[in-house]
Design a protein around this ligand. Structure first.
Ligand code: ATP
Length: 299
């Protein structure tokens, strides 16, 4: 009788922080023939993050493929989830064998909030799988895979202070933002990116962000110069119909924020603070009215 060599079952796991981002500026510069808007924007990562835990088991008799679970019961855990699609694409592009790939997302970044939560989860999965499968992909290779999932994924793979151009995928590292405290507040409604672009296309934009000015301020480490130039062309379109955005900005300013803005396609509003105590107090007061309020910092 022939006995085959019993295959050893191995399990490796890792955890990655999937950080949220804010936009210090956001300008929409045009539209490509394929319908994608082109942008010029300065992105900044913050400490608020989802925790993405990934475990890969190999050598099982019956590998179970990709299994995603999430702390939020209403987020889909199949192909509709960007983290799931990131794992599928990783295996397709690298040829690595999935065995059983378990992904768990402890979700803290609010959904459809302009903070790139989904893109950041996808970026975290790509990083985790590259480590666990020892595929040794370069940052450029990971970004090329990430771009197939979404325009913000390459930025989320790199993080920090970056100028993003093209559809968001052309990245240039900038001088880091001087450290400050950040209060994030998401009013109780969601804005999809498609909705935001449609509303923005319908209005005439006169004021453009001074992106070059903010880049110079960053180079000089001029925190006040950065705060003075925070600007988002989408805000006018989104905020006109949603007065809470203006109210939150006004509240943050009255309570010591050095600068305020809506992030990305909204509706999250943020305030930047040099003073930690003021930021904590503002966050505490806002959280009484808006459950999705976070005290965090630039990273
Ligand atoms: P961006 O700033 O890149 O436009 P966002 O913060 O506005 O992103 P997300 O939180 O990424 O938006 O969610 C957008 C949509 O993507 C939601 O409707 C959600 O159902 C879907 N989605 C898919 N996967 C995820 C995920 N892992 N986390 C959050 N949302 C996800």
């Amino acid at each position: 009788m022939f006995f085959g060599k019993k295959q050893e079952v191995t399990r490796a796991e890792t955890a990655v922080c999937a950080r949220a981002k804010i936009n210090l500026t956001l300008d929409v510069t045009g539209r490509r023939e394929d319908g994608y808007h082109t942008v010029r924007m300065v992105m900044q990562s913050v400490a608020l993050h989802d925790e993405v835990r990934v475990a890969v088991t190999r050598g099982e008799k019956k590998p179970r493929g990709i299994l995603l679970t999430c702390s939020l019961p209403y987020l889909p855990v199949d192909e509709r989830n960007l983290a799931y699609r990131a794992a599928e694409l990783f295996y397709r592009e690298t040829g690595a064998l999935p065995g059983t790939c378990e992904i768990y997302i402890e979700k803290r970044i609010p959904i459809a909030a302009g903070l790139a939560g989904g893109s950041s989860d996808a970026a975290a999965v790509l990083r985790a799988l590259d480590t666990l499968h020892e595929t040794g992909l370069t940052d450029d290779e990971l970004c090329a895979i990430g771009l197939k999932l979404g325009a913000d994924v390459p930025y989320c793979l790199r993080g920090g202070t970056m100028l993003a151009e093209g559809i968001g995928e052309q990245l240039t590292a900038l001088a880091p933002m001087p450290h400050c405290w950040v209060v994030l507040c998401k009013p109780p409604f969601a804005v999809s990116t498609g909705e935001a672009y449609r509303e923005m296309d319908a209005i005439d934009i006169k004021d453009r962000p001074d992106t070059n000015g903010i880049i110079r301020a960053l180079e000089k480490g001029d925190y006040s110069g950065v705060c003075r130039r925070l600007s988002n062309v989408m805000e006018l379109a989104i905020a006109t119909k949603r007065r809470q955005i203006g109210e939150i900005r006004a509240f943050l300013t009255e309570n010591g924020a050095d600068g305020t803005l809506m992030s990305g396609s909204g509706p999250t509003v943020y305030g930047l603070f040099a003073d930690e105590g003021r930021a904590k107090t503002a966050a505490k007061m806002l959280s009484r009215r808006f459950a999705d309020t976070f005290f965090t910092e630039t990273v």
